[in-house]
Design a binder for this molecule. Structure first.
Ligand code: AMP
Ligand code: MG
Length: 493
C-alpha cells in the first residue's frame, strides 16, 4: 500500500546527513561494529515521539539492533567525527573514538538533531581505547542528561541504552552498552581547533558557515558573520554555565572538546551535583588540581572560548591585529555577561523581580553563610522557597541568618509583587530535587548489579518535573548522610 505523504516511514526515521557534505577532513565513514546479543534496557518514549519516531516499532528487536549498531536505519550514513581539544590545558588530537554519528533526524517540529551511538566500537580515532562503553556510565549519562533537560538546562538528550552482551574490561569486567545520544549537533570548540590546526582556511570557513547555518541562521549575522558566531557562542555558553552554577551542577571535564557550539551541555563523564555548598567542590578522580571545580567553571568557560576565538582568527579579519582585537573584545565581555545571567538567576531564586544595586551583596552574604555552615546548596534554597526552616540546621538558627532574612524580607517588600507570586517564582527557580549522588548510585547499582531498573525508573519519574514540589519528592530531597569517603566520579568509563 502507498504511504500517504504526511505519513512517516517505518519506525519514523527521517534522516539527512548534512555533516558529510563538509570537507572530508572532518570525518571518516564507518559502520558500527556488531555486538553479540543486544537487549534494550531503557527507552525514552517522550523524546522518541517528539522526534517523530514510533515508540512501539523502535522498542522492537529490530529497533534494539539499530541502537546496538548491528543494523543501520534507512537513510543513515554513519561516520566518526574528527576533532581536537585541550584536555586539562594540553592540546591534542581526539575525534570520536567510541561513537558514530548515524545521521540527523528531521523532527516533525522542523528541528534537526544528531543521532549518535556512543560505545559503538573502535574508529580510526580510538587511540588505545576499545571503542566501547559500560552499562553503568551509559545509564548515568541517560539519567543525568534527562534530569538536566527537565531542570530547563540546554543539554544533549538520551534516547536509549542497550546492553551488547559483550563484556568490557576496565578495572573489572563490566557489561558493555551503547547509548543513543541526541544533540542539536556535535560541533565542539575542539572541531574548530582541529580545522584551524590541520585544515585549510577554506575548511575552517566551511565549518564556520555550517555552524552558523545550523545553529544561528535565524539571528542577524551583522557585518562580520564569524565575529557574530563567536559572540553568539560566547553568549550561549555564559547562559549555560550560569544555569549550571544556579543548580550546583559540576561538569567535571570542561575540556574544549566537551564544549559545544550549540550551547548544550555535553559529555556526562565525571559530572555530579554538589550537596554542601563549597566553590572548591570537585568530584572527578582525575581532577587533582581542581581545574574544573564548581567555582572555576565560569573562568574555564572563558578560557575555552578564548581557544575558540583563536581558532576563528583567520576568518575574523585579514589584518591579524584587527582580528585579535575583535576576538579580545568578545572574550573580555564574557565574565560580565556570565555575571549578569547568574545574578538574574539568583534574584529569581530569591523571589526578586526588579534590580537593586545591593542585590549582589544580599546573594553573596547568603552564599558566604552557606559555605561557613556547610549548608546543603539545593535544600537551603528549597527551605527559603517553602519558608520552612529545619530545626536542626545551624545556618537557619544563627543570628547572622536572622539578620540576613530581615534584609531579604525588606528587599522583597520594596518590589511591587504579591507574596503568593513570589513563592511561585521561587518554586520555578529552585528545584525541589536534583539527581543527588547517593540516589544516582543507588539506582545504578540496582540496574547494573541486580538487573532491577525500577529504582532508576522511579528516580527518572520524580526528576521529570523537578520544580513540582510534590509530596513524593520529599523523600528524594534529603541531603545525604555525611560520609567519611568523599564522593568520586570517573572519566572515560
Ligand atoms: P571524553 O573523556 O569522553 O571526552 O573522551 C575523550 C576522548 O577519548 C574522545 O576522543 C573519546 O572518543 C575517546 N574515548 C573515550 N573512551 C574511549 C574508549 N573506550 N575507546 C576509544 N576512545 C575513547
Ligand atoms: Mg568528550
Amino acid at each position: 500500500m502507498m504511504k500517504k505523504s504526511n505519513e512517516r516511514p517505518h519506525q519514523g526515521w527521517k534522516l539527512d546527513n548534512s555533516y558529510e557534505r563538509l570537507p572530508e577532513i572532518f570525518f571518516t565513514h564507518l559502520t558500527p561494529s556488531p555486538v553479540s546479543s543486544p537487549e534494550l534496557v531503557i527507552f525514552n518514549d517522550s523524546l522518541a515521539s517528539a522526534l517523530g519516531f514510533q515508540s512501539e516499532e523502535l522498542r522492537s528487536k529490530e529497533g534494539t539492533e539499530i541502537f546496538a549498531g548491528n543494523r543501520v536505519p534507512e537513510g543513515a550514513s554513519p561516520l566518526a567525527q574528527a576533532y581536537a581539544g585541550h584536555q586539562f590545558g594540553h592540546f591534542t588530537m581526539l575525534g570520536d573514538g567510541r561513537a558514530l554519528l548515524i545521521g540527523e533526524q528531521l523532527a516533525p517540529s522542523g528541528e534537526r538533531v544528531d543521532i549518535q551511538l556512543k560505545g559503538s566500537g573502535r574508529t580510526p580515532f580510538s587511540r588505545g581505547g576499545d571503542g566501547r562503553a559500560a552499562l553503568g556510565p551509559m545509564l548515568r549519562e541517560y539519567l543525568i542528561s534527562e534530569a538536566m533537560h527537565a531542570l530547563g538546562i540546554p543539554t544533549t538528550r538520551s534516547l536509549a541504552v542497550v546492553t551488547t552482551g559483550d563484556p568490557v574490561y576496565r578495572e573489572t569486567e563490566l557489561p558493555g552498552a551503547v547509548l543513543t545520544r541526541v544533540a542539536a549537533s556535535h560541533l565542539r570548540v575542539g572541531t574548530f581547533q582541529y580545522a584551524a590546526r590541520w585544515g585549510s582556511k577554506k575548511d575552517l570557513q566551511m565549518l564556520a558557515d555550517y555552524a552558523w547555518e545550523r545553529h544561528f541562521s535565524d539571528l542577524p549575522a551583522g557585518q562580520n558573520r564569524y565575529l557574530s558566531l563567536l559572540r553568539h557562542v560566547a553568549e550561549r555558553q555564559a547562559k549555560l554555565i550560569a544555569k549550571w552554577q544556579l543548580v550546583g551542577f559540576i561538569h567535571g571535564v570542561m575540556n574544549t572538546d566537551n564544549m559545544t557550539i550549540s550551547g548544550e551541555t555535553i559529555d556526562y563523564g565525571p559530572c555530579a551535583f554538589m550537596d554542601i555548598f563549597d566553590p572548591k567542590t570537585v568530584f572527578s578522580s582525575i581532577d587533582t588540581q581542581g581545574r574544573y571545580a564548581y567555582g572555576n567553571q565560569p573562568r574555564i568557560g572563558e578560557w575555552n572560548l578564548a581557544r575558540f576565538a583563536e581558532a576563528l582568527l583567520p576568518l575574523l579579519a585579514d589584518d591579524e591585529k584587527e582580528a585579535v582585537d575583535q576576538a579580545q573584545d568578545v572574550i573580555s565581555n564574557f565574565a560580565a555577561q556570565f555575571r549578569q545571567d547568574w545574578l538574574d538567576g539568583m534574584r529569581a531564586k530569591l523571589g526578586i523581580t526588579n534590580e537593586e544595586k545591593q542585590d549582589i551583596s544580599l546573594v553573596e552574604d547568603l552564599l558566604g553563610m552557606m559555605q561557613q555552615d556547610k549548608a546543603d546548596y539545593t535544600n537551603t534554597f528549597r527551605a527559603l522557597t517553602l519558608g520552612e526552616y529545619p530545626a536542626d540546621s545551624s545556618l537557619f538558627a544563627s543570628t547572622l541568618f536572622k539578620e540576613w532574612e530581615e534584609r531579604w524580607q525588606a528587599r522583597l517588600s520594596r518590589q511591587n509583587y504579591p507574596k503568593t507570586e513570589i513563592k511561585q517564582l521561587m518554586k520555578r527557580h529552585n528545584p525541589a530535587i536534583i539527581p543527588r549522588n547517593h540516589l544516582v548510585e543507588e539506582a545504578l547499582t540496582a540496574a547494573v548489579e541486580h538487573g532491577d531498573d525500577t529504582v532508576l525508573q522511579r528516580l527518572l519519574a520524580v526528576l521529570a518535573d523537578p520544580y513540582a514540589y510534590s509530596a513524593e519528592q520529599t523523600a528524594y530531597a534529603a541531603s545525604p548522610v555525611p560520609s567519611s569517603q568523599p564522593y568520586q566520579t570517573y572519566c572515560g568509563t
